[in-house]
Design a protein around this ligand. Structure first.
Ligand SMILES: NC(=O)c1ccc[n+]([C@@H]2O[C@H](COP(=O)([O-])OP(=O)(O)OC[C@H]3O[C@@H](n4cnc5c(N)ncnc54)[C@H](OP(=O)(O)O)[C@@H]3O)[C@@H](O)[C@H]2O)c1
Length: 322
């Protein structure tokens, strides 16, 4: 079958570690099933994998991809939940210290077929296209948990999203706006900020710009480049929810402000299978659909990865099966 996979690790030139070519069809172990993939979403996680973050060289070659939607062995249309808990784990899968994501220990979704635990399949609503369904299980699920599970904010609150164009950032804007939050964004690029306003943000600001008032919560995916601004943007008692550090992991911690203003800093990773189910219902009820930057055939996976690294990206890159 055709697949996009990490053949090597290269921390400096991740795309040189990517191959798009033939891999053996999966053979699912007991309790797993094979899904015929119709569409698969790309995430920054796939770039981290090519750099060797979370993917040691002894697991290569590894088919990339966490997001996917397709048809299971019984002909059901399904969305794949990417979090694979360890054997015997019960409860919130994201709290399992030995959990993995598809493409970390087991081959991922950027392929014609993928093997997944049967319990990781969630029925796809008929009204959701394959491309939209393929965006939900990673960036969108992460945004859902950040906003609705971990932030502890109620509708009407003002939420700042750092960065406008990434998959998680666009999901935060669209979900937050649909749920009645006042969403502000920052961007390094005025045009991307304007596009964020088009998909639901109330206002856009330049990265690091002083805001007209302090906010109730900040959603962080950028890390080092925006952290100080995030801390300074908060009202006393406000919350930062962080799920990523694209620009680096060594910001000044701003501890004095954190303790003096009694700020909360909350980590957030992916979401549970039940939260994915609720996210799909949220999309069905509100009519919200993931912002897609472009859809490409899987054969052109390299172009999609290049787009992911392009600063102009706005929304998700999705691959469709050959
Ligand atoms: N913990 C989890 O479960 C989880 C799940 C999903 C993603 N993540 C992480 O969250 C991060 C975001 O992922 P993503 O898929 O949404 O894509 P991404 O490509 O990393 O998103 C790029 C975003 O970062 C912003 N940005 C601002 N300053 C930047 C800088 N100096 N360098 C680079 N980017 C900057 C960009 O905004 P402007 O260019 O508009 O300023 C853009 O919105 C990644 O680090 C990813 O690994 C974590």
């Amino acid at each position: 079958m055709l697949a996009a996979y990490a053949a090597r690790i290269d921390a400096n030139d991740p795309l040189s570690a990517l191959e798009v070519g033939e891999r053996p069809d999966p053979t699912p172990p007991s309790g797993w099933t094979t899904v015929s993939v119709r569409a698969a979403g790309l995430n920054h996680h796939d770039v981290w994998s090519l750099k060797g973050v979370g993917l040691p060289a002894d697991r290569l070659p590894m088919i990339l991809g966490c997001d996917g939607a397709g048809v299971d062995a019984d002909g059901n249309e399904v969305i794949i939940h990417a979090v694979v808990p360890s054997d015997g784990w019960t409860g919130d899968e994201t709290l399992d210290p030995r959990r993995t994501l598809l493409s970390e220990l087991h081959d991922g979704t950027l392929a014609q077929y993928v093997a997944v635990p049967t319990r990781n399949l969630v029925p796809k609503p008929a009204g959701l296209s394959w491309a939209h369904a393929a965006c939900l299980s990673t960036a969108w699920l992460t945004a859902y948990r950040m906003l609705f599970v971990n932030a502890g904010l109620t509708p009407g609150a003002t939420v700042l999203v750092q960065g406008a164009g990434g998959g998680v950032a666009t999901a935060l804007v669209q979900l937050g706006a649909a749920a009645g939050y006042r969403v502000w964004v920052t961007s390094r690029d005025e045009a991307r900020g304007a596009r964020a306003v088009e998909v639901g943000a109330d206002r856009a600001f330049a990265s690091g710009e002083r805001l007209p008032e302090r906010v109730d919560g900040v959603m962080e995916t950028v890390g080092q480049a925006t952290w100080s601004h995030s801390v300074k943007a908060l009202k006393p008692g406000g919350v930062i929810v962080t799920c990523g550090a694209t620009s680096g992991d060594a910001p000044p911690a701003e501890l004095t402000r954190v303790f003096f203003l009694q700020l909360r800093v909350v980590g957030s990773t992916m979401g549970t299978r039940d939260e994915l189910d609720r996210l799909m219902r949220f999309c069905a009820v509100t009519g919200v659909r993931p912002q897609i930057d472009r859809v490409l055939p899987l054969e052109q996976a390299r172009d999609g990865f290049e787009r992911m690294l392009d600063a102009d990206l706005f929304g998700k890159v999705v691959f469709t099966r050959p």
